[in-house]
Design a protein around this ligand. Sequence first.
Ligand code: ZN
Length: 201
Amino acid sequence: MPRAVAGPEIERLIQLIARLPGLGPRSARRVALHLIKKREALMAPLAAALTDALGKIVECRRCGNVDVCDPCTICTDASRDRRTLVVVADVGDLWALERAGALNAPYHVLGGVLSPLDGVGPEDLNLARLVTRVHEDEVGEVILALGATVDGQTTAHYITDLLREAHVRVTRLAQGVPVGGELDYLDEGTLSAAIRARTQM
Ligand code: ZN
């Protein structure tokens, strides 16, 4: 355990910053020092923004997204095509798809994927509301935007079975060659998935 270099308030700040994803103890010290140096321009507004957001963040009861309003901004966006519903595991995936800008549809956030090893079963995911939404909103296509992991694909198959009665088109994202990717750098699993998912030129 290294000796403390500052009083408890600063040490606590460093320890909390170190818990953020992508930051270790060294970068946490760097971030803390940056905040301390810029305490008027950055630390004070950040502290205020954190307090402000903390008091307002809610989970959308419709789709499971996080926002400061319920229903969320995406659910109330009238320009989105409601005949399509995009299913994602987490809010981070929703944000990633929105950054890509390739879809203009509402989402449904599951809150994870099925994982027998981690003890995550169907009752732990936002599945009942998904079935209700597909029926009530007369959805024509459900896009399963889930990871290409074993758990992600298990979840995709489970949802496909769950929606069989709903007579809705269920699609999933293609798996294969990344944009800008060279073939000889790909693993065998990705290459064979890319061959199976080949499309007409
Ligand atoms: Zn929503």
